[in-house]
Design a protein. Structure first.
Length: 135
């Protein structure tokens, strides 16, 4: 009977625990902050950190510049190594394509408008200030 209870418990886990176990966030506290801050969407909706995650659910996670859509494949409440964490989810094909496009656009944007090598000197700053004040 104890084994049946354990298997039933493993069919769902808290959202913050699952995100922590899947290694999207370093601590559960950070995972909770991200959920409460609207950076994590569970099946297309904002949710609480105590929401039960089930197999087959779709989770959208925003981390920095990237948006990831992952499909829950397995449930875990304990954090293990990274190879185990990668078996808990599968990123959707559409999500991978969008991330690659956005990454390429960011790289090209940086290449098209590089930062200047030097700051403007005093004379150039005066001219810039005069130009801005005229407008």
């Amino acid at each position: 009977m104890d084994q049946n209870n354990k298997t039933q418990e493993n069919l769902s886990a808290r959202l913050d625990k699952w995100l922590w176990a899947a290694r999207f966030y370093k601590t559960r506290a950070i995972a909770k902050q991200m959920i409460d801050g609207g950076k994590v969407f569970y099946n297309g909706q904002r949710s609480k950190s105590s929401k039960a995650v089930n197999i087959g659910d779709l989770i959208r996670i925003r981390q920095g510049y990237e948006d990831k859509e992952v499909l829950v494949i397995a449930i875990a409440e304990r954090r293990k190594d990274a190879t185990f964490a990668q078996t808990l989810y599968q990123e959707t094909d559409a999500s991978i394509e969008v991330r690659e496009k956005n990454s390429l656009a960011r790289q090209q944007g940086i290449l098209l408008s590089p930062a200047s090598d030097t700051k403007p000197d005093k004379k150039q700053r005066r001219k810039l200030r005069e130009f801005k004040e005229r407008i």
